[in-house]
Design a protein around this ligand. Structure first.
Ligand SMILES: C[S@@+](CC[C@H](N)C(=O)[O-])C[C@H]1O[C@@H](n2cnc3c(N)ncnc32)[C@H](O)[C@@H]1O
Length: 270
């Protein structure tokens, strides 16, 4: 298999990756046949997976505009993935010129591609780090250059926590990040769940098994389990809801039933 210029030497391009599978769902071009094959296998069980991803991106953009409207000028997007249409820095800097954005991912392809994409943008950068090691992440010089933790930050954990198993203490990592943030900071979060998926859970499990096979298990959590990530935050209205229900900017249209899979919410630190 030929290695394109954007794929760092360090990665094994014969093994599917979560960020490249996601890129494929969203119609991107930074994926290999192994990624497309895994995506197609998941879609045999959940043909509407791309609709879930589109609803996720649309929520993220609304939440970033909301944060900018609340006066937030610093954005920390953890598990940011491969840049695609309507990235956080484009939305944030479109709303607030000079807004500072730091992307974090542990996937070398996502980091390399983000770096290339951000060339020339002095107010945005990318850090290779792991959500499971929040202290190391926050101590990164690239993060410290742009983000002042003494002022409010919008922390995005969008479609990442369902890749962190309970054994790796996702609740502890989220709490550690919360404690590092200044009052008035926002947590912007989405998470996969069997709740809301328009097919029986047994069928959805087929798609979840594909992620198990590629050794990146997808952890489906209940609404109550997802709500626990907001401990120490006051929920912003309308609370933790299916993605299209979070502050829609236009009158409800004919949303695909898959868009209502999983949950989205925004919390504010007191
Ligand atoms: C489904 S993508 C979501 C991308 C983007 N946040 C969005 O919602 O459009 C999940 C991303 O999280 C990253 N990721 C998963 N576990 C991670 C971890 N422990 N630390 C950092 N990044 C992680 C993956 O590499 C992938 O790029």
């Amino acid at each position: 298999m030929e290695r394109p210029a954007w794929a760092p030497r360090s990665i094994d391009i014969s093994v599917p990756s979560v960020s490249r599978i996601y890129d494929y769902y969203l119609g991107g071009s930074h994926n290999f046949e192994v990624d497309r094959e895994a995506a197609r296998r998941s879609m045999e069980f959940l043909p509407g997976l791309p609709k879930i991803m589109q609803a996720n991106r649309a929520f993220m953009r609304r939440a970033v505009r909301f944060a900018a409207g609340q006066g937030i000028t610093q954005f920390l997007d953890v598990g940011s993935g491969i840049p695609t249409f309507g990235n956080v820095h484009e939305v944030a800097q479109g709303a607030v010129p000079g807004a500072r954005v730091v992307y974090v991912d542990h996937d070398p392809v996502a980091v390399a591609h983000s770096q290339a994409f951000l060339t020339g943008n002095d107010d945005a950068d990318v850090v290779a780090a792991d959500l499971r090691k929040p202290r190391e992440m926050l101590a990164s010089p690239r993060l410290e250059r742009l983000i002042d933790l003494n002022r409010p930050v919008a922390l995005l954990l969008v479609a990442i926590l369902h890749f962190v198993e309970d054994a790796d203490d996702p609740y502890g990592a989220v709490a550690e990040l919360r404690d590092a943030l200044a009052p008035g900071s926002l947590l912007i979060l989405t998470h996969a769940s069997y709740e809301g998926i328009p097919v029986p859970a047994e069928r959805a499990e087929g798609a979840v098994d594909v992620y198990k096979d590629i050794r990146n298990p997808l952890i489906m959590r209940s609404r109550d389990e997802i709500a626990r990530f907001f401990e120490g935050y006051d929920m912003v209205e309308p609370g933790l809801v299916p993605m299209p229900h979070w502050r829609p900017e236009s009158a409800p249209q004919d949303e695909d039933p898959y868009a209502f899979s999983g949950f989205a919410g925004v919390g504010r630190t007191a």
